[in-house]
Design a protein around this ligand. Structure first.
Ligand SMILES: O=C(O)CCC(=O)C(=O)O
Length: 275
């Protein structure tokens, strides 16, 4: 069975993340990159800012990735058999840009309760220390939500620049992945990532997140797809899978989903960020 082994599950429970998990071949990952770059070329504004979210709604190729059985088998080991896809995000760091991700916990500001969910970070390019892979503070998921400063700093790829201060860097581990490998991380693990100092892009396609059907969105409205099992709670709006790239109906529903996501991200915030 390609599900997580008991050692991998132990790793997830102890550290708050597990990696690497083999999902795609290098060539398959390259095909995904080509799809992303095709969208960027043909529709230059589509993936900018908040447009980096819910890309699986307008691209059958990216949609297919979210339903990949290797990903779902691993996810099922953590959250059970009733799995919904409640969002995707592209975390792209271009070379020579100032993109970074401050240390944070995903469960802050996202409104997904209870925490029966997991984030899947799929490497579309290699991710390593040179190009700014994620760094994980192992074991930090065992504490509750910590205070986050809202910094809105330039280059920060998070919505509010939300930051857990004073993370001991020497206690964080670089999460190095080859293109096609994935990591799974816990809603409350503290993690972040630094600058891309390489000559190529660093691209992560992130299912943010896979949720159990018992997980509600307590801050607003969320659009989901059934990935496995049944939706035993019916908390969210279900959407159809896209049938072609950039179909006008799919664009419309993605726009609604992204507008609603903005309402989830920013209540009580001092201002609105780029994403
Ligand atoms: O891609 C990154 O560097 C950070 C992504 C992240 O914070 C996440 O997937 O939760």
């Amino acid at each position: 069975m390609p599900k997580l082994s008991s050692n991998q599950l132990q790793e997830y429970n102890d550290n708050g993340y597990v990696a690497p998990i083999e999902v795609l071949t290098k060539n398959q990952a390259f095909e995904i990159r080509k799809e992303i770059e095709k969208i960027e070329t043909k529709w230059p504004d589509e993936l900018k800012g908040a447009g980096r979210n819910y890309v699986h709604m307008i691209s059958p190729i990216l949609d297919e990735v979210c339903h990949n059985s290797k990903m779902l088998d691993a996810v099922e080991s953590i959250i059970g058999k009733n799995i919904l896809i409640c969002g995707t995000t592209l975390f792209i760091k271009n070379p020579y840009e100032k993109g970074f991700v401050s240390f944070h916990q995903d469960a802050t500001y996202i409104g997904l309760e209870p925490h029966n969910w997991v984030t899947a970070w799929l490497a579309i390019t290699d991710a390593n220390e040179e190009n700014g892979c994620m760094r994980m503070w192992s074991g930090s998921h065992k504490n509750n939500i910590r205070h986050h400063e809202q910094k809105y700093d330039e280059g920060n790829l998070l919505t509010r620049g939300q930051t857990v201060e004073n993370v001991p860097l020497d206690k964080t581990t670089p999460l190095v992945l080859k293109a096609g490998q994935m990591s799974l991380h816990h809603p409350t693990i503290v993690h972040g990532s630094g600058l891309n100092k390489s000559n190529d892009r660093r691209i992560g396609f992130v299912v943010q997140s896979y949720i159990g059907s018992n997980v509600d969105q307590v801050l607003g409205k969320m659009y989901v797809q059934q990935a496995r099992g049944d939706d035993t709670f019916n908390y969210h709006q279900h959407t159809k899978r896209p049938s072609s790239l950039m179909n006008s109906k799919d664009i419309e529903i993605r726009k609604k989903a992204n507008d609603d996501l903005q309402r989830i991200f920013y209540p009580g915030s001092i201002k609105k960020g780029n994403f």
